[in-house]
Design a protein around this ligand. Structure first.
Ligand code: KE4
Length: 425
């Protein structure tokens, strides 16, 4: 029995499913999760000494790679002064100023502890501002596990094949309307029906939780126009795309400005950090200045702020990183598609910048329904093969691959060779 297997047999006795987040359980690929001991740059090591080239990067935070010196040194310095005060600090002001300076649509920002918390708080602020109740989300998009959003959600919910979650009373989702990604008519229908009750549209500007699904030309602008027409707010959930696609996220990359934005992952550099922000008139609805209550013991934690500031500060000072990373992604995923085609296979490769997915379906994947035509058993076989060859991919078809600035050309070429070996076998 491997150390990972032994640990997993202990874990399942004391942690639901043996993991603290479902997608880590490797259930959909029928394997034992690897228990990781260390990560550095683009690599991770498990309890059995196996080394992996990591394409998850903690599900997005590690855009600079693991254990980046700028981040590590900032954290080592911060912990000397204590871990948390529950009081205002300079670091929170500097973090908020930095985010506001990098993302033009952000006038004000509130730190929280996860993407889930950021999204639930942004929606509450939107409802407080518009005094309306209904929200529109898209099938296959995942915005964290707050009750009202566990409706046809992506990520682990989609992987588990449970379109909604047990334990969520109907009253919590009655105001959640769902539409189809990349389908403006499905959104327009809701506005025609009850536009005056709709507080906001929340959207992943690049779908990354049904696998990677980029927005079609005009889709995001169409959402912007519908919100303007009906007095609703547009919320971009940039927990994954924020500070990844560009220094000003997907909204900068696509040139569509939301009213509110949620962040996570990269802004914490691996520490538990989320944030929501946007228009001043909306954000000033939030307590203590406004009547929308939201709070958090560890929000703006000084050590987490040190990590986040170090990472997004580095990104701010090295804008060439985005050009290089996005060009690397364009090359890598194009090569992946070429290999699949040369092997005579119909599988689909979607990507944008450093985010991408290989779908085991011959259908073009543009939304939840087309993503669901993927053969998850074929994905499992592929994922296990790559894992056994030292390449750590998302253990689920409905997730993304994340490239980082730490992945070298040689490592990516090796990955493509392993992929070729699998498909040509
Ligand atoms: P967290 O609460 O997990 O920090 O963030 C929730 C969230 C919100 N919005 C988007 C667009 C997200 O992708 C996420 C979380 N992403 C998943 C990966 N698909 C986290 C991995 C996990 O659940 O363990």
């Amino acid at each position: 029995m491997s150390h990972s297997e032994a640990l997993f047999s202990r874990a399942v006795k004391v942690i639901p499913g043996g993991v603290n987040s479902p997608v880590r359980a490797f259930g959909s690929i029928g394997s034992t999760p690897r228990f990781i001991t260390k990560a550095d740059k683009s690599h991770m090591w498990d309890e059995d000494g196996n080394e992996y080239l990591d394409f998850i990067g903690s599900w997005g935070p590690m855009i600079l790679g693991h254990n980046h010196p700028a981040v590590r040194e900032a954290v080592e310095k911060a912990v000397q002064n204590g871990l948390s005060y529950g009081a205002a600090t300079r670091a929170e002001v500097e973090m908020a100023e930095l985010i506001c300076s990098m993302v033009p649509s952000i006038d004000m920002v509130r730190m929280v502890n996860s993407g889930t918390e950021a999204v639930m708080s942004a929606i509450r602020a939107a409802r407080g501002y518009t005094r309306r109740d209904k929200i529109i989300k898209f099938n296959g998009c995942y915005h964290g596990h707050s009750d009202g959003l566990l409706v046809k959600a992506g990520s682990g919910v989609m992987t588990a094949g449970v379109p909604d979650s047990l334990g969520v009373p109907a009253g919590y989702t009655k105001d959640t309307l769902t539409a189809d990604y990349n389908n403006l008519d499905s959104v327009r229908a809701h506005f025609s029906e009850c536009g005056e009750q709709i507080t906001a549209i929340i959207v992943e500007p690049v779908g990354a939780n049904m696998g990677t699904v980029p927005p079609k030309e005009g889709f995001l602008q169409g959402l912007r126009d519908l919100c303007d027409e009906y007095g609703a707010l547009l919320i971009f959930d940039e927990v994954i795309t924020g500070f990844r696609l560009a220094r000003d996220g997907a909204q900068g990359f696509f040139g569509v400005q939301p009213d509110l934005t949620t962040f996570g992952k990269i802004i914490g550099a691996g520490m538990p950090v989320g944030a929501y922000g946007g228009r001043r008139d909306v954000m000033e609805m939030v307590a203590p200045v406004g009547a929308v209550y939201q709070a958090g013991t560890l929000s703006g934690n000084p050590v987490a702020m040190a990590a986040g500031m170090a990472q997004i500060g580095y990104l701010n000072e090295h804008p060439e990183l985005y050009t290089n990373l996005n060009q690397t992604g364009d090359w890598f995923f194009a090569e992946m598609e070429r290999i699949v085609r040369e092997a005579g296979l119909p599988w689909q490769v979607n990507h944008i910048g450093s985010l991408g997915s290989l779908f085991f379906t011959e259908k073009t994947v543009t939304d939840y329904e087309s993503a669901k035509t993927s053969d998850t058993k074929q994905y499992a076989a592929y994922c296990n093969h790559m894992l056994n060859h030292g390449i750590y991919l998302a253990p689920a078809q409905f997730e993304a691959m994340f490239l980082s600035a730490a992945h070298t050309r040689a490592e990516l070429e090796q990955t493509l060779e392993t992929l070729r070996g699998y498909f040509e076998a």
